[in-house]
Ligand binder design. Structure first.
Ligand code: NAP
Length: 459
């Protein structure tokens, strides 16, 4: 009887996970998606706790308290730290998968069927490399490890050889399930591979790598589902594995990078070299008063948010600016680049938090054609996603990356603190163009000064 109830709970949880992914596709239903995912996870845990096989609820209770003690503070990090927080979650998940796989191996060996041994090996190899790979990615993003790619001659060969050696050991274990001495060697190499795979990848590519590691963590969890004969784990792992993979492809496309280029390209190095070659050129700057005057005289304004808006936590002030301008009858929309900020959907989340109406957020492809009819493009802490060099300069490391055509608008105003480059580490020719005005300052402070000026001069 209990078995049937557990199966039913797992079925509902699987459906909720699928709906969660579907609803998270658009900002309007994203909150519902999160809720569905949370309820699904509570059901999954609850259903698992009903299993007959559970020996000791006391240990589980202690683990739950420790897990919550780590999870709650992790959930409270700043939005800008979410990529590294996500990487840590993958590391924990993969660590759990590897530990379970290891326990199952030693419990079952030498009586393990070939199919079971192969999925067990896939589980711990993917799990092991995800643990260390995710820790490296989190360390790089948190800047406790050097962000620049570390490369050496023959690196890809060494990495592939290491990976191949885990596969060879796995095949040997499938044929000789009693060869327990080889198991720790296989897991050890997988852990080393995780480190080796991530060190040649630069900081700018790290979010893509994290979503790829997400995919590995999902696949290893699906393999664990086969080992434990748990259908929910298979479904959830497959969803995680495929959605992580699709997300990595979307992010690579938005940056005009191929997968192999991200994984083997050492992107950050090229960018650093390009940045060093720049020389100082004059730019025009303006004060908040002047910026407010230009905005007040416009009839169509497009706001382009980027990573700097997130750092400055300026989204609420941006909402006030939106209100002040729309009150004056000005048409204000937001241009959202798919990789603005540091994670997919970063800008949507921040603007939703500030209650900016969803129908004012336009995706890049939908708004790019409207820039020639735009009076003012106000760029708030965005840089790379507006860089016209991506369209014209074949030597640029971001050449080919789709960007927002802001330079086509009549006036471009850019809020940032200095002439420092963005994440790709390269200069932006937009800043030296005739129609561009630089508004130097912190995004939150500058936007709030513009709002003050607008309220002093009623339209
Ligand atoms: P960006 O190119 O990194 O530029 C952000 C700009 O914000 C910087 O130039 C910085 O200039 C400014 N800034 C920082 N703090 C600020 C503050 N407090 N107030 C005002 N300005 C501030 O950002 P982006 O245009 O959003 O582009 C995102 C980059 O991340 C792209 O290169 C993209 O490929 C990469 N990336 C994104 C994702 C994703 O999923 N979103 C994934 C992988 C890679 P100052 O220092 O002069 O202020």
């Amino acid at each position: 009887m209990t078995e049937h109830i557990i199966e039913l709970i797992y079925l509902v949880a699987s459906a909720l996970f699928i709906l969660a992914l579907k609803w998270m596709n658009t900002p309007a239903t994203a909150r519902r998606g999160i809720l569905a995912g949370e309820i699904g996870m509570v059901l999954a845990i609850g259903g698992t706790l009903l299993q007959h096989g559970i020996v000791d609820y006391k240990c589980i209770a202690i683990a739950l308290v420790i897990g919550s003690g780590i999870g709650v503070p992790l959930g409270l990090v700043q939005m800008t730290a979410v990529p590294q927080r996500t990487a840590l979650s993958h590391a924990f998940g993969a660590f759990c998968v590897t530990l379970v796989g290891t326990a199952e191996f030693y419990l079952r060996t030498p009586n393990v069927q070939p199919f079971m041994m192969s999925v067990l090996c896939v589980e711990v190899i993917l799990g092991g490399l995800t643990v260390t790979g995710s820790l490296m990615a989190a360390g790089k993003l948190q800047e406790v490890l050097p962000q620049r790619p570390i490369t050496y001659k023959g690196q890809n060969f060494v990495n592939l050889a290491l990976l191949a050696s885990t596969a060879v050991i796995a095949i040997y274990l499938v044929r000789n399930p009693g060869a327990t001495h080889l198991y720790p060697v296989m897991v050890g190499i997988a852990l080393i591979v995780g480190v080796m795979l991530v060190i040649p990848i630069g900081g700018a590519d790290m979010p893509t790598v994290i979503s790829l590691l997400n995919s590995y963590a999902g696949l290893s969890a699906a393999a664990m589902g086969f080992v434990l004969n748990n259908k929910l784990l298979i479904v959830a792992g497959a969803l995680d594995g495929s959605s992580g993979f699709i997300l990595s492809v979307i992010m690579s496309k938005a940056m005009n990078r191929s997968f192999t280029n991200v994984v083997f390209g050492a992107f950050g190095q090229v960018a650093a070299a390009a940045a060093g070659a720049q020389e100082a050129r004059p730019v025009k700057s303006a004060s908040p008063e002047e910026a407010a005057g230009i905005l007040a005289a416009a009839s169509k304004v497009v706001i382009v948010p980027g990573y700097g808006m997130a750092v400055a936590q300026a989204q609420h002030k941006v909402r006030e600016l939106y209100d002040a301008l729309t009150k004056r009858g000005i048409d204000v929309r937001f241009a959202i680049h798919p990789v603005a900020g540091r994670m997919p959907g970063h800008m949507n989340v921040l603007l939703a938090e500030a209650d900016v109406p969803y129908d004012r957020l336009m995706e890049m492809d939908d708004i790019n054609g409207d820039f020639p009819q735009t009076d003012v493009s106000l760029i708030i802490g965005a840089n790379d996603v507006t860089n016209p060099a991506a369209k014209t300069d074949q030597s640029s490391p971001i050449y080919g990356m789709p960007v927002l055509d802001v330079e086509k608008s009549h006036t471009v105003m850019v809020i940032k603190r200095s002439m420092n480059p963005g994440f790709a580490g390269i200069d932006n020719p937009l800043y030296y163009m005739d129609q561009t005005l630089m508004l130097f300052g912190d995004a939150k402070v500058f936007v709030s000064n513009i709002v003050k000026e607008l309220s002093n001069t009623h339209g």
